[in-house]
Design a protein around this ligand. Structure first.
Ligand code: ARG
Length: 460
């Protein structure tokens, strides 16, 4: 049986069930590259500060570098009886370099070690996620620019409301992702604080240099309170919260792709590479990538809830419950990265059906508001205009026609203020162009918004 890190005090070995319950290496082994980086910085500092011999520090660093290579080439067989990634790497080090390896854990506890590993890990994941968010934003801008002329119905209550540019619709998602990017960037500063040196909870009597380790590992600041540092998991909760918001945005978009690719809408055809067929119905082409993203969103929310619940009521400082923080974070991070990559790859493979979108604008009386506004322009009070247009719509529904298909005489029956220029007012292009405020759907505004957006994401 392998000797435990804490074996000295114990007469009996743990029950097999206790080992199964307590091990985390089956999921925290993925932290090995970050754990080793932090240990190398720690060992270097121990040597510089004269806490261990310089030669021993050198041997430790060399040994750890070799283990890092073995990790990346997949050579390591992780041992569950050694509990976690820290226990495994220390045992590998001692096996490699002998007694010098036993000095690595001087002035350190697994409590500040795991807190450091998780901060290094989530800092890197945050950078990757920010990059993926930008990739998807670039894909959205390209799609918007390619479809500047495409007009579609804008919806409220999923009922046709007013016509918009497809580019305007797509740009809404760009804005959501931009806030996601900002959220992760701001979170990065709160992640980037070094807990190492807090030791178990109260600090260490050894003359360590926390500043040197922080500098070595690229941390912006040192944690100011050792008790907080070993037990704080706020940043993981924020990470899962930011991930949940990304997923929520992708899930709304997924829902639209599901609807739009249904023949009932026929607005898009998603490329074969991101759809699947049915094992029984030969005609089917299902939007599985969108559905799976929508489905996975719930599980990422669950990761956030798991962490909030884990932390609720935990007394200071480290409690073993905290070992359970890893899997939700890993799952949320993996899922958000996968789904962002899928969307960035799927978007260029999605064909927008201009004709179907345009035809859909002819249904649903989307020019009704503008007709009422037209009457307001002819000095009809808005309430009255609203009522008159309501009557016109009812008339159209009975005759199975649309407002702009009525003749001037027919329109005049409802109100004498209607004149020949009404047809210009009801024209789709006019409808769009008149919404010419900053942030609205007029082609001029959308073009400017896309230009500004491109500058914004190129700067960062
Ligand atoms: N595997 C542990 C975790 O993830 C590392 C810290 C263990 N600390 C302790 N006092 N048992 O939380």
């Amino acid at each position: 049986m392998t000797k435990k890190l804490w074996g000295g005090r114990f007469e009996d070995s743990p029950h097999a069930l206790m080992e199964t319950l307590g091990e985390s290496v089956s999921f925290d082994a993925r932290l090995a590259p970050w754990d080793i980086r932090a240990s190398i910085a720690h060992a270097r500092m121990l040597g510089v500060c004269g806490i261990i011999d310089k030669e021993d520090a050198g041997r430790i660093i060399e040994g750890l570098e070799q283990i890092a290579q073995d990790v990346s080439s997949g050579k390591i067989v992780w041992d569950k009886t050694l509990e976690d990634v820290h226990g495994n790497i220390e045992a590998l080090l001692v096996a490699k370099i002998g007694d010098a390896g036993k000095k690595l854990h001087t002035a350190r506890s697994r409590n500040d070690q795991i807190a450091t590993d998780m901060r290094l890990y989530t800092r890197d994941q945050t950078d990757t996620i920010c990059g993926l968010l930008r990739d998807l934003q670039h894909a959205l801008l390209a799609a918007a620019e390619r479809h500047m002329e495409v007009i579609m119905p804008g919806y409220t209550h999923l009922q046709p409301a007013q016509p918009v540019l497809l580019a305007h619709h797509l740009f809404a998602y760009f804005e959501m992702l931009d806030r996601d990017f900002e959220r992760f960037s701001q979170l990065r500063h709160r992640i980037n604080v070094m807990p190492l040196g807090s030791a178990a909870l109260a600090g260490t009597p050894h003359p360590i240099s926390r500043e040197q380790v922080a500098h070595d590992l690229g941390f912006e600041a040192l944690s100011a309170n050792s008790m907080d540092a070993v037990s704080d998991r706020d940043y993981l909760i924020e990470f899962c919260s930011a991930a949940s918001l990304v997923m929520m945005h992708l899930s709304r978009w997924s829902e639209e792709l599901v609807l739009w690719s249904s023949p009932a809408f026929g607005f898009v055809e998603i490329g074969d590479a991101f759809t699947t067929g049915s094992s029984i119905m030969p005609q089917k082409k299902n939007p599985d990538a969108a559905e799976l993203t929508r489905g996975k969103t719930g599980r990422v929310y669950a990761d956030l809830l798991a962490l909030l619940t884990l932390m609720k009521g935990l007394p200071l400082t480290y409690n073993r419950d905290l070992q359970e923080d890893k899997e939700p974070v890993f799952h949320a991070s993996d899922t958000v990265q996968l789904c962002l990559a899928v969307f960035a790859a799927m978007l260029p493979e999605t064909v927008f059906n201009r004709e179907a979108m345009l035809q859909a604008t002819a249904r649903g009386f989307m020019n009704a508001t503008d007709l009422a506004d037209y009457l307001v322009g002819k000095a009809v009070p808005f309430r009255k205009a609203h009522e008159v247009v309501g009557e016109m719509v009812r008339y159209c529904i009975k005759g199975n026609t649309s407002l702009d298909a009525l003749s001037l005489q027919e329109l005049k029956q409802f109100h004498p203020a209607v004149e020949e220029d009404v047809f210009h007012a009801l024209d789709l292009q006019t409808l769009l162009e008149r919404r010419n405020q900053c942030g609205a759907t007029a082609p001029k505004q959308v073009r400017e918004a896309l230009l500004a957006a491109r500058k914004r994401i190129q700067k960062a």
